[in-house]
Design a protein around this ligand. Structure first.
Ligand code: NAP
Length: 287
């Protein structure tokens, strides 16, 4: 009987993550002897948690909010993607040495491919300049898209565009020009957290990153949010007759790519998707 290996999700808080259900379903379907558990790690405990990942019984880990950037200096090496994005979401234990990778970028592209969208030469408007925006920007510029970044704190969009300028055609767009840029784009992506909570449902405008009426004329609209599955932005895009995708396919594909990094095996994507969808169908989807 091969020894069972451990996989962790380092998060704070970690309570309602769907990743354990998705990854344990993948391990079971592949006959891979590993167990994936959520581990609530406060920022002050991150160093000790990362030391535990070096033990021989540990295969690796996912890292999420608030540790994706803080973990970088604690690792032995980074993949080129993790280095360029400046954030890690997947760690693998290679005989006691820890390698940091980022599967958010590849997961985003794999999800986008499901829609049939072709990035080379496409005009993209990316809303947000946080951690998810960095992974998406890295993925899109590496695929030949032309990207304009808009953000509530405009200076961060300017800074992000400057930082990634050597990777491809990227610029920032201010709030005044944004409606025109959005109308003309082939792909609109929301990577802000606006639309995530239903607590502010009373005021519809607080649930959408764009004012009502600002929408692509004919582009695809992607929201990285998967909780709730249909954000106000996607609801409005659908009502305008536009194709839409929420954040679930990206969540599934970033997990599938992490599974392959840890196990060296192709991920059972259909099994992982079914596991995630069962959680959402049961309504047990808070995080
Ligand atoms: P983050 O680093 O905290 O960035 C948050 C972004 O949202 C910033 O650009 C911030 O703008 C903006 N924002 C927050 N509140 C706002 C408001 N009231 N009005 C306008 N803009 C606001 O977060 P993150 O890690 O990038 O995650 C962002 C979203 O992506 C989350 O909803 C997360 O669940 C989702 N995500 C999904 C996946 C997936 O697999 N589907 C993966 C990663 C992330 P400022 O700079 O002005 O504060």
């Amino acid at each position: 009987m091969p020894q069972q290996r451990e996989l962790f999700l380092l998060a704070w808080p970690a309570g309602h993550s769907v990743s354990p259900i998705m990854q344990n379903a993948a391990c079971a379907a592949s006959g891979f002897p590993a167990r994936y558990s959520a581990w609530e790690v406060a920022p002050a405990e991150l160093g000790a948690a990362v030391r535990r990942l070096r033990d021989p019984d540990v295969l690796g880990a996912n890292v999420t909010i608030p540790h994706k950037q803080a973990v970088l200096p604690l690792l032995d090496e980074l993949t080129p993607a993790a280095h360029a994005i400046g954030a890690v979401n997947t760690i693998s234990n290679r005989s006691g040495r820890l390698q940091g990778d980022n599967t958010d970028a590849g997961g985003f592209l794999a999800a986008l491919a499901e829609t049939g969208f072709s990035p080379p030469g496409a005009q993209v408007v990316l809303l947000g300049a946080g951690g998810a925006a960095r992974a998406v920007l890295h993925a899109l510029l590496g695929s030949g898209a032309i990207v304009r970044v808009a953000n509530r704190t405009a200076g961060k969009a300017v800074q992000l565009a400057e930082e990634f300028s050597s990777a491809g055609p990227v610029s920032s767009v201010g709030s005044e020009e944004l409606p025109v840029a959005v109308a003309a784009c082939d792909l609109l992506i929301n990577s802000t957290s606006v639309g995530m909570t239903v607590a502010d449902a009373e005021d519809a405008e607080l649930r959408s990153p764009l004012p009502v009426g600002v929408m692509p004329r004919q582009g695809l609209v992607v929201d990285l949010i998967y909780r709730p599955p249909l954000t106000l932005l996607l609801e409005r895009a659908k009502a305008a007759g536009l194709p839409v995708q929420n954040g679930l396919p990206m969540l599934i594909h970033q997990g599938a790519q992490a599974f392959t990094i840890w196990t060296g095996r192709p991920a059972p994507v259909a099994v992982m998707r079914a596991a995630v969808e069962s959680v959402f169908a049961a309504g047990n989807c808070r995080e």
